[in-house]
Design a protein around this ligand. Structure first.
Ligand SMILES: Nc1ncnc2c1ncn2[C@@H]1O[C@H](CSCC[C@H]([NH3+])C(=O)O)[C@@H](O)[C@H]1O
Length: 367
């Protein structure tokens, strides 16, 4: 049987489900925001073992009228991978029965462990809080307006201010952004456990666009013999204090970059157009010191490399979404071919790509 445009009814019903599922994916984001706002990952973590629904609602101080709803939300978040349901034995119940009984309980998974705040382990909750903050996420309502505007970035159209100036004028948003990037950088701790990065013969490293210094701190724990400079806009580093092997320097990477044996760029180039990246890379090339007669230092780039032929579909989908997110900033996520083109334009011909975290690659560029 056929329905509209000669398609089978089952195809149309599947299509309707795709559209509705897509439309409701805003609730996926909001449920993620809800579990972080309610500190549910921390509650389960602090509980020390899987938590029953009644234990959870009593800590959350949920009115009894909403208990069943929490169950529905928690089961959905379990279904998509944020919790596991296991069995625990607990004493007594609400009827004064002192027998031990088995109850279902929610345990953390690898995903919700990454949302636990205040431990030694990496935490990416601040990134979720930044992206889903109402001021930030409201920008996404204006994509059509952005497409019909010739030059301005999405944020410039809606706020009337360039992005980095907007952050400068809004300390709350700047704080959320810096915390988000610092949280993201914590994942590097895990990558460095397995990665055999080579820094022989190098003494100094500049983290260009290094934010509040989380990436440099993580590197300095792993490679304490190196001296680090975190180089970022003056307003980002103005109140930050360094220590013996880590210093903050304010400046503009489009003007010049402090000289060092190695230059690190994490999540910086994807903010910029090809032309601007070429300018930044040329300045990086000028900043890399000559180590010996025929040896120079290197540029280390931590960024996404889009590679849909090789990556798992989930990672490709993430990279495509990140690309959309960067396009509205007039930056982009790049394929190897696109990276190679901007390297060549900047006079950099030798590079190697290594896998690093799930979505970030490590690109070493040898000037
Ligand atoms: N012109 C500029 N010169 C130096 N840093 C800049 C400039 N424009 C933007 N930035 C910084 O570039 C960074 C991009 S966000 C990446 C931050 C950090 N590398 C991390 O991954 O955690 C922000 O910290 C900006 O303040």
């Amino acid at each position: 049987m056929t329905s509209n445009n000669g398609r089978s009814t089952s195809e149309s019903f599947k299509a309707q489900a795709l559209v509705y599922r897509h439309m409701f994916s805003i609730l996926d984001s909001m449920c993620l925001k809800w579990i972080i706002d309610s500190r549910i990952p921390n509650i389960i973590h602090d509980h020390g073992k899987p938590i029953t629904l009644l234990e959870l609602v009593s800590i959350l101080k949920i009115p009894s009228t909403k208990v069943d709803r929490i169950d529905v939300f928690m089961r959905y978040m379990t279904y998509i991978g944020y919790f596991d349901i296991t069995k625990v034995r607990i004493h007594g119940d609400n009827d004064g029965n002192n027998q031990e009984e088995e109850k279902e309980a929610f345990a953390l998974t690898a995903a919700s462990e990454l949302l636990v705040k205040g431990t030694e382990n990496p935490c990416i909750s601040p990134m979720v809080e930044f992206v889903l903050d109402p001021v930030h996420s409201d920008f996404f309502n204006y994509l059509s307006k952005w497409f019909s505007d010739e030059n301005r970035r999405l944020y410039e159209i809606t706020s009337g201010t360039p992005w980095w100036e907007l952050l400068d004028k809004n300390p709350r948003l700047l704080g959320l952004f810096n915390d988000a990037m610092a949280g993201d950088s914590q994942m590097i701790k895990l990558a460095l456990k397995d990665h055999n990065m080579a820094f022989e013969g190098l003494e100094t490293i500049v983290d260009v666009g290094g934010g509040t210094g989380t990436t440099a701190q993580i590197f300095s724990e792993k490679f304490p013999e190196l001296k680090y400079i975190v180089f970022d806009l003056p307003q980002v580093v103005k109140n930050l204090k360094g220590c013996n092997n880590l210093n903050f320097v304010g400046g503009d990477m489009f003007e010049s970059i402090p000289k060092a044996d190695a230059i690190l760029l994490k999540s910086v180039l994807h903010n910029w157009s090809d032309d601007n990246c070429i300018k930044i890379l040329r300045n990086c090339k000028d900043a890399v010191k000559v180590l010996s007669k025929d040896r120079k230092g290197k540029i280390i780039i931590l960024e996404t490399v889009i590679n849909e032929k090789q990556d798992e579909p989930e990672i490709t989908r993430l990279k495509f979404l990140m690309n959309i997110n960067m396009q509205i900033m007039h930056g982009k996520e790049r394929s190897e071919e696109e990276w190679k083109n901007i390297f060549h334009e900047a006079g950099l011909y030798d590079y190697k790509i290594f896998s690093f975290t799930g979505y970030l690659s490590l690109i070493e560029v040898y000037p």
